[in-house]
Design a protein around this ligand. Sequence first.
Ligand code: ADP
Ligand code: MG
Length: 354
Amino acid sequence: MITIKPFSPSAFVLILLACFVLFACTETNKTAQPIVKEEVYAFGTLVNITLYGLPEAKAYEIIGAVVNDFSYLENVWHPWKAGSLGRVNQLLPTKSAFSTGPGVIQLMTEARKLSRMSDDYFNPAIGALVKLWGFHQDEIPLGPPPSLADIENILKQKPSLDNLDIKGFTVRSNNEAVILDFGGFAKGYAVQQVIDHIKALGATNAIINVGGDLHVIGNKAGQPWRIGIRNPRGQGILASIDVEGSESVFTSGDYERFYEYQGKRYHHILDPQTGFPVQGVSSVTVVHSSPATADAAATALFVAGPVHWRNIAKQMSLHEVMLIDDKGVIYMTPEMQQRIRFEIEPRPKIIVQR
Ligand code: ADP
Ligand code: MG
């Protein structure tokens, strides 16, 4: 039997409190926009910005800042257009000392550190080779591939970031074949700068996704962000991974920019030792706390390939790595295996290597 009692004074206070809390939540929901997403075009690709838990006006203020940052950095770091890096590329082959801005100096210094750690598999000094293959421009080249003699001519000069003497804001190259191309690094380095900026503006939960390469901060209502990793052969998602806190997921793939000439695929990631597009690898995914490192590392391990990737990963202090070869065989670290969930059947052949 149910007896209905009149409210006691303390119960009345509790109900009042509950009403107040309920009212307060409703108010918050009225003024706050939990998720704001925006898609813009920058760095030659689509940039998706996701912000969680900020009032709408604040979220749009941050999105405006992100758009400005990307368009500024894209101009400054473009290797061929008139901008800071374009000027550097005009002056380097003169082999005379010249000054440039602190932003470009920092970009070169950071890239050189990662280049050395990768044994120059990641080598942004091969801009002349990237240009020879036609991958320096926004449009995909049609072929034919360059001549062996032209490739050899660049290779024999062994361009490397170690050819640069950087003192303060002054740079001098001792190798006229050095042309800088940060296509394998600028996205990650830009994401790093943008993340620092949006954190300073008050964002604590966000994803900055540049053409599928991304960095997350925080989480979504206490849950990690779930990220899909593209299947390098075929459509859709190969696997997913939960990320939160401050983590990047960067992938280098042979499907991003390529052309076919007389039945053969030529893609945009070049082996600095052979001068040709890397053979035998479809994609490499790296998870790391730094987007700049993740970007350089994905390129480096792609070039290192199934035989050398483990050594280079150790040298670069990488823990979460997945490499997929051109036959679909998946190589990964135990740390990656623990986190990744495959979304396709049948599951591909997987080799876990420490
Ligand atoms: P994705 O475009 O798939 O994200 P990457 O981050 O690996 O791939 O960037 C590829 C770009 O990096 C190329 O378009 C070229 O500009 C440049 N690049 C090509 N080969 C190398 C290399 N061995 N080291 C450094 N940069 C490279
Ligand atoms: Mg890269």
